[in-house]
Design a protein around this ligand. Sequence first.
Ligand SMILES: [Ca+2]
Length: 511
Amino acid sequence: MTGHSCFLRKKLCPSRSRAAAAAMWLLLALMFDVPMLQANAAAGAEAAPPNIVLIMADDLGYGELGCYGQKWIRTPHLDSLARDGMKFTSFYAGNAVCAPSRCCLMTGRHGGHAHVRNNGSPKGTEQLAKKYGWEFPSQYPLPPEEVTIGEILKEQGYATGAMGKWGLGHFGTTGDPARQGFDLFYGFNAQRHAHNHYPKFLWRNAKKEPQPGNDRTLHGETWSQDQFVKEGLEFIRRHQKQPFLLYLPFAVPHLSIQAPPAAVEEYTGTIPEAEYKHRGYLEHPHPRAGYAAMVTEMDRGIGQILKLLEELDLAENTVVFFTSDNGPTYDRLGGSDSDFFESAGPFRGRKGSLYEGGIRVPLLVRWPGKIAGGTTADMPLGFHDLLPTIAGLTGSRTPEGIDGLSFAPLLRGAKDQQPHEILYWEFPAYGGQQALRQGDWKAIRQNMLKKNDDPLRIELYNLKDDPGETRDLAAEQPERVRRMARMMQEARTPSREFPFPPLDRLHEPAN
Ligand SMILES: [Ca+2]
């Protein structure tokens, strides 16, 4: 297991001074031809690098925001981000479930090179749990050599805070948020801890903080998501005079369905409920209303963050991102109802699937005065692009060897944004899947780890003509299938921690 000595081996660049950061930012702003900043430079004013607010929902589908066509669930503040910023219609999560997706987000690597490729805990977690008093098994820790968004901004003199669900390694491991660039972490470290939104405690860095009136049943007094907003507001106030990164990975609308009663009541009269057979997670008396309430209450919290940015006169110099870590839940698990809400929009598949519904997610980006409001971008991009993009916007370094690209030029309205040649995913779970997108074409393999006569069989879809992935064109396009199979293999390196036998065998030298 990784320990403190490992962390010490991690190469951290010396922190640059604030003045140097500002000078670097100014140079970058000039290079990017930002008129207002040029004016500042001409006047000798010191332009400050922008703050970054990176908000992520958990298991929120492509179709669950008003600005993406949602009919039942109200999301007025997130809709305002679309109106005032850029909305992306072909943006992809790093993977089909939480931990591997978050790894891509944090490190700029796609699923074929990411260190974490599945949920779950590594060997030795039980002993560590005893030693540190954890109550929930944690996920595979990010290793020390991975460079995160937190680290590149911390090096630039940013204050860095994360409030919400982490899922990339517990305290005492190399995945500890404090060892991955975050000065302050507040929330759920382990994913299972977040399966109840009225927890008995939340972590403030490595210290447990009791949550008043909560006993981890269906109801409580202190809704964890409101706590994240409260901490986020406090973090912004505390760091308003310096550049900051606020990472807000909410743990909703992931199950269990739990929301403050007043928020649920807003929906009990308008959303009809239906009979269903409950399984998994806690049972809510009004599951559809409760689900909608989780999203709307999160939206209300995001509204408070946006309001504070205005009040402190920080909105103009803050880039706000909103996205989700994977698609919506399936089969009425825990009372969720993705069919009723059309949570995945027009797409096939749900959480856990590499069909579009499991990985295509909303992305909204707002930066007043820099990003034109009400614009839409359809270029295929993904989680691994957020690190280099944030680096591009802030003048931070981009670690070498990552898979992502900066779409900062696209945000600024450039017409010559460099596109990806391919997007790639692999997921050794939910049957075992692999997928690759090239232009409008999508190749996908399913059930690779099940009993399967041909685990390498590829389905081929044209997403432009058939966004719902209903017509498999593989038999009609054998040459394209062969090409894409080759690209799939070239896009990955095998992982010791996350073996994927039918794919790993392809990397072994032929006898
Ligand atoms: Ca998730």
